[in-house]
Write a protein that binds this ligand. Structure first.
Ligand code: HEM
Length: 135
């Protein structure tokens, strides 16, 4: 492959593998859980008090690792099953994306890799954001 081998590297490899991915996910969860705007939603607030952060870090790390082409397998629940009861709104989704971008910037994730990670996150949106009828 020669000079083109750089292009062929998976997102997982370009991010530096599981260690840096796990650090970024850990910081992301640590920034998300205490966020006042998200916790103004009582369902989110109740769930984050009930569900251990290390459990979420483990599952989200495995999911990102797998989606980035790494050697992990996600064994958690589907995104609909794990978020439907949280009644997540469009604005709460936007808040999460803002926090995610801040964490990637803090870790100096390059623009291309940031875009690819945002695409992975966006691919889950339809399953995570609740239909807007009720709220
Ligand atoms: C505003 C956006 C989001 C909020 C507020 C949120 C919050 C939460 C909360 C509170 C839980 C625990 C729910 C429970 O067990 O009762 C959870 C589970 C989970 N979330 Fe999210 N989440 C968001 C978006 C995402 C995204 C974008 C991803 C992945 C790309 C993700 C991946 C997961 C995973 C893997 C679990 C664990 C599933 C399992 O228990 O098997 N979440 N989330």
């Amino acid at each position: 492959q020669g000079e083109s081998s750089q292009k062929q590297q998976s997102l997982y490899e370009r991010l530096g593998g599981l260690a840096p991915i796990s650090v970024v996910v850990s910081d992301f969860i640590d920034a998300l859980m205490p966020d006042a705007f998200l916790n103004a939603n009582p369902a989110i607030d109740a769930a984050r008090k009930r569900v251990p952060a290390p459990y979420l870090k483990y599952h989200v790390t495995a999911m990102v690792c797998q989606a980035a082409g790494g050697p992990c397998q996600y064994h958690g629940r589907g995104m609909k099953a794990s978020h439907a009861h949280l009644n997540i709104t469009e604005r709460e989704w936007e808040r999460m994306v803002t926090i995610f971008k801040e964490v990637l910037a803090k870790h100096r994730v390059p623009a291309k890799e940031t875009q690819e990670l945002l695409d992975i996150v966006r691919s889950t949106k339809a399953d995570i954001v609740a239909s807007q009828g009720g709220r």
